[in-house]
Design a binder for this molecule. Sequence first.
Ligand code: ATP
Ligand code: LTN
Length: 334
Amino acid sequence: MEASEARKTLFSGIQPSGSITLGNYIGALRNFVLLSEQYDCLFCVVDLHALTVRQDPAALRRNTLSLAALYIAAGLDPEKNLIYCQSHVPEHAELAWILNCFTYMGELSRMTQFKDKSARHQDNINAGLFTYPSLMAADILLYQTHLVPVGADQKQHLELTRDIATRMNGLYPGLFVVPEPYIPKTSARIMSLSEPTRKMSKSDAEDSYIAVLDPPDVIRRKFRRAVTDSETEIRFDPENKPGVSNLLSILAALDAITPEEEAAKLQGLQYGALKEAASEAVIAALSPIQERYQALMGDKQYIQDILKANAERAHYLAQKTLRKVYKKLGLYQL
Ligand code: ATP
Ligand code: LTN
């Protein structure tokens, strides 16, 4: 191969289902920025996924534009990366249908996200919530993606995507690239501040998460109220000390050291000092993003123009794969 060999493709998405959290940032968004130099990247606002839970239409519209702006504010160059909205590229839904026909009920029933979300939304256990992973697989396979950066909670969905791709490649050789997950080794699962045995999630109560756009005083207040335990020792022990360990993980992710090293640095200090250190590290990491975000939101037309131009480019790429799939499966071509 020549030195000019085409770069590999990276795809990831975040749902516009609320305010983007510190968990989304540490587990996903900041890795998007780190990896974006080495890959041809698509970063999608996965609005169709958000519909699996009831959304207020006005809030969904607002959150969609806001997430697109946040991608850019976090450091993703919209000239070099395809930042776009899932519902603007119809091939996502079209390929999802096909993949649904190659995904087993048994596989979907084993997904822990489905089990969690159906327990939390008992009044609305819809078919979309169940087939959510096939739409996610479609997002990824549509672009012949090599790498998918996600938080640890998405590992199971990525494995299912690989299984679907491998299964279909067995039937129709050469159909899809089988994607690799990229999951950070530490801090891939940031926990709720109020219930540290649960994942921090943007659709939970506001005091359980730090939003990337929270102002400094709110961040300090939320950390001060974060649940810890009745001991006093700062030690990394997720099993027995989930609250303290979560704070150490957050701090460690931002300082680029291990949670154990972070604990050693804070030896002999009280929990208050740990909370203070976490607050200040988070504020320092988020302030520049917040400033760029405010500036971008002052020019909504600019964001809309980016979404439009990039949806066209994504549509072009997506069509290529979808045509190939239709043809190989035997759908009649005119
Ligand atoms: P929702 O609460 O609406 O289900 P969410 O907060 O779980 O949303 P998603 O949009 O589903 O967020 O996830 C976007 C990305 O952020 C995914 O890669 C996911 O793995 C990652 N992520 C979400 N929550 C966390 C977390 N607490 N820690 C680390 N990564 C996370
Ligand atoms: N299911 C993911 C969001 C998502 C995604 C994707 C992530 C939808 N499509 C494709 C990576 C690649 C979640 O975080 N809940």
